[in-house]
Design a protein around this ligand. Structure first.
Ligand SMILES: Nc1ncnc2c1ncn2[C@@H]1O[C@H](COP(=O)(O)OP(=O)(O)OP(=O)(O)O)[C@@H](O)[C@H]1O
Ligand SMILES: [Mg+2]
Length: 155
């Protein structure tokens, strides 16, 4: 996947998310959960992207912004019964004031399971508690229908 991509529509942003999910599922096993921090101003497309990610992970439920609940957990449909159950966590830090609020949701336990995929909107607000090797996607508002997505790997 390219490091930077312009998306000309919400549908395209979802498609990019779906592709991204496919790449994550194919990646070799890792020792801890995979954490993706989605950063960028309001309405820049973070949730739209995650709708595509969920689709790519085989999640049938509708992904909405979890703004009022902070976190939502979904079972990933890998289609392989012998595999350990994998979960996708969607966390939205927009309304939180301290990283501690996320620790209180069982953050450490979530990170311990290597099968977990954790997407954090406004992840910059909990930078202190993100694992060293988190993936970062920065969303930039270019114009009404165009967003720029930049992918970075930390660590
Ligand atoms: N290329 C694009 N990619 C994504 N969204 C787009 C694009 N063009 C227009 N939009 C619109 O921008 C809005 C993006 O909203 P979305 O909820 O995904 O943003 P967000 O970054 O999650 O915002 P918030 O910070 O409030 O959670 C939607 O209304 C969507 O239709
Ligand atoms: Mg959102």
């Amino acid at each position: 996947m390219k490091k930077e991509v312009n998306s000309p529509s919400p549908v395209k942003t979802e498609e990019i998310g779906e592709k991204f999910a496919g790449a994550i599922l194919k990646a070799r096993a890792w020792r801890r959960a995979k954490v993706i921090s989605l950063e960028g101003e309001l309405g820049s497309g973070k949730t739209t992207f995650l709708k595509g990610v969920a689709k790519g992970l085989g999640i049938k439920e509708m992904i909405k912004s979890p703004t009022f609940v902070i976190m939502k957990k979904y079972k990933i449909g890998t289609g392989r019964r012998q595999q350990a159950t994998r979960y996708f966590y969607h966390i939205d830090c927009y309304r939180i004031e301290r990283p501690k609020e996320i620790l209180g949701l069982g953050w450490e336990e979530m990170l311990e399971r290597p099968q977990n995929i954790i997407a954090v909107e406004w992840g910059e607000k909990i930078r202190k508690i993100l694992p060293r090797d988190y993936l970062k996607i920065v969303f930039k508002f270019i114009n009404k229908n165009t967003r720029k997505l930049s992918f970075k790997i930390h660590g």
